[in-house]
Ligand binder design. Structure first.
Ligand SMILES: [Zn+2]
Length: 213
């Protein structure tokens, strides 16, 4: 589901498998809870996968947790310093303002996380460096890469780089994106800020911002 904030759209995803539902990201304040309350049955929701810690991805956690206090929340452990406010992101002076207690999160490489990933039919794809622990999720059955902020798209659906002001290391982020699109060249790409892109590798290679790199 996409919330259009006019400055940019923000998506969160629901993956359904055998009647169970799994959320990917929470959007900003209240968004994930809105989706659960309006479109799902809250006891169907069995896990929350997070891409990384920016506020437009984790900002909906507090309201979602009021509704689902025991929901497993999974994230790459390379995001732990930022989600807990221990460290600022690269190129930032201060840690993020909304911080969380690390004991509430499960690292994606743990046994518990592997079980939830299996139930959801998702494969985590480590994809720095929009942020150091940025993670995409691949849904093999539908052949869709839920790509978060690996890339964005314009209103016309053209691929664009992730937002510069919020990207830790742009050359590395673009290298990761290009490498991944080679691996997933036949896959539909679904980004957080924008829409879905088919033939994303070809799309990326013909864009000026990539050629100029
Ligand atoms: Zn974002």
């Amino acid at each position: 589901m996409t919330f259009d904030l006019l400055i940019f759209p923000v998506s969160i995803w629901v993956v359904e498998n055998k009647g169970d539902c799994f959320l990917i990201d929470t959007g900003m304040s209240g968004m994930a809870r809105y989706v659960v309350e309006h479109y799902l049955n809250s006891n169907q929701v069995k896990g929350l996968f997070l891409m990384y810690r920016h506020s437009d991805h984790v900002g909906g956690i507090p309201q979602l947790r009021e509704l689902l206090p025991d929901l497993p929340m999974l994230i790459d452990n390379r995001e732990f310093p930022y989600i807990s406010g221990r460290k600022p992101y690269p190129r930032r002076e201060k840690p993020e303002s909304l911080t969380f207690n690390l004991s509430e999160f499960t690292a994606l490489d743990s046994l518990q996380a592997k079980e939830v990933l299996k139930q959801a039919g998702l494969i985590p794809v480590f994809s720095p460096d929009h942020s150091p622990g940025h993670t995409c999720y691949y849904h093999a059955e539908d052949d869709v890469l839920i790509a978060g902020d690996l890339l964005t798209t314009s209103r016309l659906g053209h691929l664009k780089p992730p937002m510069k002001a919020f990207t830790a290391d742009m050359p590395q982020a673009l290298k990761t994106a290009h490498d991944l699109l080679q691996t997933y060249s036949q896959t539909l790409i679904s980004v957080c800020h924008g829409g879905e892109v088919a033939n994303a590798l070809e799309e990326m290679e013909k864009r000026k911002w990539y050629q100029k790199k």
